[in-house]
Design a protein around this ligand. Sequence first.
Ligand code: SF4
Length: 371
Amino acid sequence: MKYLDEYRDPALARRLLGELRRTATRPWRIMEVCGGQTHTLVRQGIDELLPAGIRMIHGPGCPVCVTPLEILDRAMVIAARPGVTLTSFGDMLRVPGTETDLLSLRARGADVRIVYTPMDAVRLAAGHPDREVVLLAVGFETTAPANAMAVLHAARLELANFSVLVSHVLVPPAMTALLNDPGCEVQAFLAAGHVCAVMGWAEYEPIAARYRVPIVVTGFEPLDLLEGILMTVRQLEHGRHEVENQYVRAVRRSGNTDAQDAVRTVFRVTDRAWRGIGTLPGSGLELTEPYTRFDAARRFAAGAPSPAEDPECIAGAVLTGARLPTDCPAYGTRCTPRRPLGAPMVSAEGTCAAFHAAGRTKDMPKGVLQP
Ligand code: SF4
């Protein structure tokens, strides 16, 4: 009761849950790809309210969590150089690298600044021609258009002191990689509404057809998620495997074509390493000509320490949904949001942080909350 009464429309939430109970006749395993959806599911107790047998598997859609250690270590080497201002979204500052994190580096005197849009970094470069301003450009298809626009704007201003350290990743290749794993238990996906607001959903149709998995584009409110899960279970129960759109108020099939054009102008698809998962073919973006002159990785070719994860951290297994944060021996003891050992305990979209914020413990049984 506690959770449902906090929903925007508790009566609708109860109706959706009742419909789910009437619809589900068998166990089903559904992955929500996006970390924002994971946080809503866990914070609102949705995964605990679902009919017995319906299990939510938390996916790799936390951009901070999947940014490879090599990029983070390289960002720190660049930030430590005299004359450099490294800019980043706030989440990245506390993510542990091999030896330290950006926040600690800043405490030791490095010029590391939080920006709220990539254009802030461009403005900083334009206003400080004596400094090299580097933007740490991470994230999924959602952040790529704004980073592309920043590069286009820097090119228009002919800025010679602005560059980007790119680590963009793409959702569909990650879904394909998960489905190709013989141990994959995922039977259906909730696709991330904001990614699809940019990219549309046409690129998910071949995945649904080839792997015979329902994919439902879903929003981020609790009611969105309940409805997305219900739509997914209906498909599973009827043996359908289509792409459907729950998030009709924000997403259309073609997505935002202006944003896609900006991304295609500045970036091209490349293989990309995902932290804890490894390199996935065609799963990332890199700068294309003539914008490679803004590539911080080329401009600052300095070496970084050999990347080494904390041996206790099982982030890779958490990010692929193979394990829960509560399976990690360090969860809540040696790894907490104040002293994180791995990226999923840092980010606002990390699964470990979501579990910790919701007070999940190792011995919490499924199904303890009932409407
Ligand atoms: S609880 Fe901490 S150490 Fe364990 S998987 Fe999550 S981030 Fe890694």
